[in-house]
Design a protein around this ligand. Sequence first.
Ligand code: 5GP
Ligand code: ZN
Length: 115
Amino acid sequence: VSDTCLFCRIVAKEVPATVVHETGTTLAFRDIGPKAPVHVLVIPKGHHANVADLAGADPALAGEVLAAVGEVARAEGLADGYRVIFNTGPHGGQEVGHVHAHVLGGASLGPMLCR
Ligand code: 5GP
Ligand code: ZN
């Protein structure tokens, strides 16, 4: 999978990323095209296609991803709130087929979706 999946390649350090948080099972790094003052992607290191597949295959790992979201929000100073988005599938605008939470904040985001 790491040969073809961009985010597996980031986990493997084959592609550089600005990492802001890491645990044994999760990685968080800045989005290359930020849509908000703070835009971090949080992923499980293991490959799962989307959030529902992740939760079905490994619910504990899904929880670890969500806990990492909270750690990122705290570290990034998002005490006034933030948005968490899991784009899923073509209609959801998912472009990278390795589950990732978008953590968006640093400004009032209004009603618009992530993309
Ligand atoms: P999706 O559309 O799949 O929900 O989100 C994919 C996100 O990955 C996009 O917001 C895009 O800007 C980001 N992205 C794509 N390629 C790279 C990359 O090489 N490095 C980083 N840090 N982010 C990327
Ligand atoms: Zn992957």
